[in-house]
Design a protein around this ligand. Structure first.
Ligand SMILES: Nc1nc2c(c(=O)[nH]1)N[C@H]1C(S)=C(S)[C@@H](COP(=O)(O)OP(=O)(O)OC[C@H]3O[C@@H](n4cnc5c(N)ncnc54)[C@H](O)[C@@H]3O)O[C@H]1N2
Ligand code: MOO
Length: 597
C-alpha cells in the first residue's frame, strides 16, 4: 500500500510519531497537546496497543455487557463518549479503517503512535541515552528529527532538526506541518483533481469542516445604540433597574383600593411622570393615566370607559378583579436579570430593550472584515459598456447585499484580471486587510483559472465538491490569518453557497451564538426531480394555501446562471439527499430568504 492509498480518505493531515520505548513520547505528548490546544489546534491521537488492552474495568456495566456479548458497546455522557468494538484481526489493525473512524470534522491533525512500518509521514523522536539506531535513514517518510543535544546526528541528515525538550519548537513545527498540508485528492489543482471518483462532501460535512476552522472574534468596542443594529453583543446586558421601574397603571381610568363599595370617593389625579403623594384608604379612588405609578394603598385599576363620575364620587360597571390593569414593577425585566446574553445579534427589538434599561453604549464585538472580488476575463463591471463575449459582474453585488445583511465590513477589491501576478497581489492584500476573503469563479476545472495557482502558492486551500446543486464546486481554506472561500462563478450557485456555507461561518466568526438556519415544511404543488445522495436547492415560491397550510412551487427552469429565479423566489426548496423525487402533495423543507436577501 502506498502513502496515497493509506491516506486517500483523510481530510486532515496525519503525522506518525516514531520512537523507541524510553524516548519519552508520552511525556512529550502530555506537554505538546495543551500547547497545540492553546494555539486553537485540536488533535486526534490514534494509538496501537497490545492485543488484549482494556479501557474498562471489570464490574463496570459497559465492561460486563461487552464481555456478555455486545458486539459494539457505545457509552456516552454529556461530556464524552466511547465506542468499543470487538474486531479480532490477524496482526496489526487496519490503519486505513481506523483513520476513517476518527471524526475528522472536529480536528486539525491525527497523530498516530505505533504503526511504524506503514507508509505515513512521521516525526522521529530520538534520545542518545536510549541507545537505539535512527529510523530516518531507512524510512524516507520521516519528515523531521526531534532529538537531544547528546544525539550524534550525521552531517548528511537532510531533515529539519528539533530539540526534543523544546515543546514550543515542536508545536511550531506541527502547526506549520498542518498549514503546509495538501489533501491527497487536491494535490495538483486542476483537471486531474476532478476525476470521476473524487469524493464529494455532503452539505452538512462541508459546514462542519468549515465551522471547525472558524475562531470567533474577541476584540470589543463600545457603540452608540443607533449604530448597533445587526451587531453582536460582547457582554451579557444585565438590567440595572426594574422594568417597569414602578408598579403602574395599564389603562387610563381609576386606581382604587378595592373593597366592598358601590361608590369610591375621588381624592386626586395622577399623570404619567408624576406620583400621587398620599395613601389610598378603602373606598377611595384616584384618577390615573396609563403609565402613571399606582398610588400607595391602591391595588386595582378600572378603565375609564366603565366608570361614571358625579359630585366627587365614581362608580363602576361590571365585575372588578383585584389587581386588574396593574403592571407590577420588574414584571418585564427584574433588576439584576440578564436581559440579553453575550453573542446576541441586535435587531430592532433588542435595541429597544437595551434602551429600556438605559444601556446607551453597549459593548459589541468588532465586526468581521470581509474582502470580496470577482475573477474571470469575461467578467465586466456594470459601470462600463458590455464587451462582446462578456458578462456583467453580478456576483460582487449579490455578495455585497448578503454581507450587508450580516452586518460585516466589506472591502470591495473589484474585478481581478485573470493572471497569476494580479491574483497573488489581490489575494495577499485581501488576506492582510480582512478576516475573510470571498471570491467567485475559477474553482471548477476550467483552463484559465489562475486563482488556483495563486491560492496554492499563498495559502492552504481545499477544492471540494459538495453533493448539492447548484454550487457543487467550493474552495475553502486559509491565506495567512484570513479564511478563504472560493465560490463557484455561476450567479445562483454563489448565492446558494453563500447561504449554506459562508453565512454560518460568518455568524460564528462574528461571535453570534444560538443561530440556526430557519426551515419550514411546506406541501409541494408540483413534481420535482432530484438525485439520491445530492441535496437539491430549488428556487421556490411559498404561500399560504386555501387550507391554511404552507404550499410551495418552483420558479420554473432552475439554471444556475438564472438570477431572475432568485428575484422571483422567496425561498429555497431543500430536497434532502435521501429523496429521489418529489410528487405533488409531498411535504418538503423550505428555507425562506427573509434573513439574507
Ligand atoms: N467539466 C466541468 N465543468 C464544470 C463543472 C464540473 O464539475 N466539471 N462544474 C460546473 C459548475 S456546477 C459550476 S457552478 C461552474 C463553476 O465554475 P467556476 O467556479 O470555475 O466558475 P467560472 O467557470 O469562472 O464561471 C462559471 C460561470 O459563471 C459566470 N461568472 C463568473 N463570475 C461571474 C460574476 N462575477 N458575475 C456573473 N457571472 C459570473 C461565468 O461567466 C460562467 O458563465 O462550472 C461548471 N463547469
Ligand atoms: O454550482 Mo453549479 O452552479 O451547480 O451548476
Amino acid at each position: 500500500m502506498t502513502q496515497n492509498d493509506l491516506l486517500a480518505d483523510c481530510r486532515v493531515p496525519v503525522l506518525g510519531l516514531c520512537a523507541y520505548s524510553g524516548t519519552g513520547k508520552t511525556t512529550l505528548l502530555r506537554k505538546l497537546l495543551p500547547e497545540l490546544n492553546r494555539r486553537g489546534l485540536k488533535m486526534a491521537v490514534l494509538k496501537h496497543a497490545h492485543c488484549n488492552f482494556e479501557v474498562d474495568k471489570p464490574g463496570k456495566d459497559s465492561f460486563e455487557l461487552r464481555k456478555a456479548g455486545a458486539d459494539q458497546m457505545l457509552i456516552a455522557s454529556s461530556k464524552r463518549r466511547a465506542l468499543m468494538m470487538e474486531r479480532p484481526v490477524e496482526g496489526a489493525p487496519d490503519l486505513k479503517e481506523l483513520l476513517a473512524m476518527v471524526d475528522q470534522s472536529r480536528i486539525n491533525l491525527i497523530l498516530v503512535e505505533g504503526f511504524k512500518a506503514l507508509p505515513l509521514p512521521k516525526l522521529e523522536l530520538h534520545r542518545a541515552a536510549v541507545g537505539k539506531p535512527f529510523v530516518w535513514d531507512k524510512d524516507p517518510l520521516v519528515q523531521a528529527l526531534a532529538c537531544d543535544d547528546q544525539t550524534p546526528v550525521p552531517d548528511d541528515c537532510p531533515l529539519p532538526r528539533l530539540d526534543i525538550n523544546d515543546v514550543d519548537a515542536i508545536a511550531d513545527y506541527i502547526q506549520d506541518y498542518i498549514l503546509r498540508w495538501q489533501p491527497p485528492q487536491s494535490a495538483p489543482f486542476g483537471p486531474s483533481c476532478d476525476d470521476g471518483d473524487r469524493k464529494q462532501l455532503s452539505v452538512s460535512q462541508g459546514i462542519a469542516r468549515i465551522l471547525a476552522q472558524v475562531t470567533p472574534i474577541s476584540a470589543t468596542e463600545p457603540q452608540d445604540l443607533t449604530g448597533c443594529l445587526n451587531r453582536i453583543l460582547a457582554e451579557d446586558a444585565t438590567s440595572p433597574i426594574d422594568v417597569p421601574q414602578q408598579t403602574n397603571s395599564a389603562m387610563d381610568g381609576y386606581a382604587i383600593a378595592l373593597g366592598d363599595h358601590t361608590r369610591y370617593t375621588l381624592v386626586g389625579e395622577v399623570l404619567a411622570g408624576y406620583a400621587f403623594e398620599g395613601t389610598l384608604e378603602p373606598g377611595q379612588a384616584v384618577k390615573i393615566m396609563t403609565g402613571a405609578p399606582l398610588p400607595a394603598g391602591a391595588d386595582t385599576v378600572v378603565m375609564r370607559e366603565l366608570a361614571s363620575e358625579q359630585a366627587g364620587q365614581v362608580q363602576f360597571e361590571g365585575e372588578i378583579i383585584r389587581g386588574q390593569n396593574v403592571r407590577t414593577a420588574g414584571e418585564d425585566i427584574a433588576l439584576g436579570q440578564t436581559a440579553l446574553a453575550a453573542g446576541q445579534r441586535l435587531g430592532a427589538a433588542e435595541l429597544g430593550l437595551l434602551a429600556s434599561l438605559g444601556i446607551a453604549r453597549p459593548t459589541l464585538l468588532r465586526r468581521p472584515k470581509v474582502a470580496i472580488f470577482s475573477t474571470g476575463d469575461e467578467v465586466c463591471s456594470p459601470e462600463r459598456p458590455l464587451q462582446p463575449n462578456c458578462i456583467f459582474d453580478s456576483n460582487r453585488f449579490t455578495l455585497h447585499g448578503m454581507l450587508a445583511k450580516l452586518g460585516v465590513e466589506v472591502i470591495d477589491l473589484g474585478i481581478i484580471e485573470d493572471n497569476e501576478a494580479a491574483m497573488m497581489a489581490a489575494l495577499s492584500r485581501a488576506a492582510e486587510e480582512a478576516d475573510m476573503v470571498i471570491t467567485s469563479g475559477g474553482v471548477s476545472v476550467g483552463d484559465a483559472d489562475f486563482i488556483k495557482d495563486a491560492l496554492a502558492k499563498l495559502g492552504h486551500i481545499d477544492f471540494w465538491r459538495i453533493a448539492q446543486r447548484p454550487g457543487r464546486p467550493l474552495a475553502f481554506g486559509r491565506i495567512g490569518n484570513a479564511l478563504f472561500f472560493g465560490l463557484p462563478g455561476n450567479p445562483v450557485a454563489v448565492m446558494v453557497s453563500f447561504m449554506q456555507f459562508v453565512q454560518p461561518a460568518l455568524r460564528k466568526m462574528a461571535g453570534e451564538t444560538k443561530w440556526q438556519p430557519k426551515l419550514f415544511k411546506a406541501i409541494a404543488t408540483e413534481p420535482m426531480q432530484s438525485r439520491l445522495g445530492r441535496t437539491e436547492f430549488n428556487r421556490g415560491i411559498f404561500s399560504l394555501g386555501p387550507g391554511g397550510q404552507l404550499e410551495v412551487s418552483t420558479t420554473g427552469h432552475q439554471g444556475s446562471g438564472m438570477l431572475s429565479s432568485m428575484v422571483t423566489a422567496n425561498c429555497l426548496i431543500v430536497i434532502e439527499e435521501s429523496i429521489e423525487r418529489v410528487q405533488p402533495g409531498d411535504s418538503v423543507w423550505v428555507q425562506p430568504f427573509a434573513d439574507l436577501l
